[in-house]
Design a protein around this ligand. Structure first.
Ligand code: 6PG
Length: 262
């Protein structure tokens, strides 16, 4: 079990000794949230993170210990962002999740909602926003008759880049300030590439948001994001403040060494 602290305001932080234990903890949170959402609303809508960090977590979720704990027929998979590439491209976030998780669990193909990165970026964004609006328009009421307003994901998984970006909300980009649209496409100068991303409006409407951050290379940036002055334009991960949802950071000791633990 990790060290946990809510010394950073309304968000929780759990620190784990290494990437493998971090992956186990993240998979446990995913499974717990999935079971709770399915019990309450008959389905679990989750947006996956891309990049490399979540891969061991997805592989853990696909393992026997976890695969049986989740009713995959009631899980609906989305992505927080995507590179504007074909679905079989090595950079595709969809491909990474498919290979690490989706090919190994009995999830109906209709429940996997891929961002079609092969389209014209603006078209990818328009189409995905339509997919989201259609999906959440038929959100079942909860047991107590609760109606979830807007695009209320049960869980959004996020990573954080070394520059403090999250999803494809990069420093200095207008997408950070987008409050109306749910999905936007933009050319990211520093990457020299197009990206499509959920916007803060959607991310902050989620019931639960979990960041997974590992590695010494992110330690100083993580310290700035969690304890430094609020400046989302420079540190986009700071724009993530789900309300009334919950925010949890899952980090390894390497990324959280400044917290004086481990
Ligand atoms: C992406 C991700 C992005 C990622 C961070 C961290 O498409 O790359 O969505 O936000 O989470 O860049 O990436 P790593 O986990 O590879 O360090």
């Amino acid at each position: 079990m990790g060290y946990s602290s809510n010394g950073f305001g309304a968000q929780g932080v759990e620190i784990y000794p290494d990437v493998a234990v971090l992956a186990q903890a993240a998979a446990r949170h995913f499974a717990d949230l999935a079971m709770a959402a399915i019990a309450a609303r008959g389905r679990f809508a989750v947006a996956l993170a891309g990049g490399a960090t979540p891969k061991p977590m997805y592989a853990t979720l696909a393992s026997d210990d976890f695969a049986k704990r989740v009713d995959w027929s009631r899980v609906h998979i989305f992505w927080g962002d995507e590179r504007c590439v074909a679905s079989d491209h090595p950079d595709s976030n969809y491909r990474m999740a498919r290979e690490a998780l989706l090919d190994h669990v009995p999830i109906p193909a209709a429940n996997v909602n891929r961002l079609r990165g092969e389209l014209e970026p603006a078209q990818t964004a328009i189409e995905y926003e339509q997919v989201l609006r259609a999906f959440f328009a038929q959100t079942p009421a909860g047991k107590e008759g609760e109606k979830m307003p807007g695009a209320r994901f049960d869980l959004i998984l996020l990573g954080m880049g070394g520059d403090g970006h999250t999803a494809s909300l990069f420093p200095g980009t207008a997408a950070i300030g987008e409050q109306e649209r749910w999905v936007v496409a933009h050319y990211v100068q520093k990457l020299g590439a197009w990206r499509v991303t959920l916007t803060p409006a959607v991310i902050n409407a989620a019931a639960d948001v979990i960041f997974i951050v590992s590695g010494a290379g992110k330690s100083e940036r993580l310290r700035q994001v969690l304890t430094g002055p609020r400046n989302p334009a420079a540190l986009p991960a700071q724009i993530v403040r789900p309300d009334p949802g919950h925010l949890l950071w899952l980090v390894d000791v390497a990324a959280g060494s400044w917290m004086g633990v481990g």
